[in-house]
Design a binder for this molecule. Structure first.
Ligand SMILES: N[C@@H](CCC(=O)N[C@@H](CS)C(=O)NCC(=O)O)C(=O)O
Length: 214
């Protein structure tokens, strides 16, 4: 298996698939293609028909888009979704909500692990996204999280989908209230998350379009 990803500092969609693959116990070769520099698009297109990362290659089969990759991995390791039907339905709902939503937060607070942008990006629309994510995390933790520290107890794809939000909250100094705060700490202490962040700090490329606040 090969996983094509972008810059670890910036590529939030890449993190969502990479973390699922790591937590799911998969062995894979990581191919990192720095984004938005001359030749990036051609290099990505050599693997990914959408010209975007992440893309998984398994025995010659290309699977692109973070959710499609995560579902593909879950078919091989069903423990990546909660076992309980109701919990699984909610896990899929919150994952889909992340995949298709939170546009204000994603545009005003792009993932940028190396930076300290505490206090930046807090438009009313972003505040609404933060409130919704906090409520959603608290709801998942209180209804489904009893068996462990993650949204649905054990690690699931829902956690992978919100992993870049955790790095954003660290960068932009967002401190969610209630169980959501403890959940954020759990995610930031996850060994795979720490390894990803450490690799992001070692990267040399900078993208001025993403370094919004200096
Ligand atoms: N919906 C896609 C989004 C993928 C995406 O937008 N990836 C960005 C990097 S995080 C990308 O490849 N950008 C390169 C480009 O647009 O040229 C997913 O979930 O994987």
């Amino acid at each position: 298996m090969k996983l094509i990803i972008g810059n670890k500092n910036y590529s939030s969609w890449s993190l969502r698939a990479w973390l699922t693959a790591r937590e799911g116990g998969f062995t894979f070769e990581e191919i990192r293609i720095p984004l938005f520099i001359p030749g990036s698009r051609e290099r990505i297109l050599a693997h990914s028909p959408s010209a975007k990362v992440p893309c998984l290659i398994d025995h010659g089969l290309a699977v692109w888009d973070s959710m499609a990759i995560n579902e593909y991995l879950a078919e091989q390791n069903p423990a990546l979704w909660p076992a309980d039907r109701a919990a699984r339905a909610v896990a899929r709902a919150v994952s889909a909500e992340m995949h298709s939503g939170f546009v204000p937060l994603r545009s005003k607070m792009p993932m940028n692990i190396r930076k300290d942008y505490a206090g930046h990006g807090r438009s009313p629309e972003v505040e609404a996204d933060i409130a919704r994510i906090t409520a959603l995390w608290n709801d998942c933790r209180s209804r489904f999280g009893a068996a462990g520290p993650y949204l649905f107890g054990a690690f699931s794809i829902a956690d992978a989908m919100y992993a870049p939000i955790c790095f954003r909250f660290a960068t932009y100094g967002v401190k969610p209230e209630g169980q959501a705060g403890a959940y954020l700490a759990t995610m930031l202490a996850n060994p795979h998350m720490k390894a990803w962040a450490e690799a992001a700090r070692q990267e040399s490329e900078t993208l001025p379009s993403e370094d919004l606040y200096g």
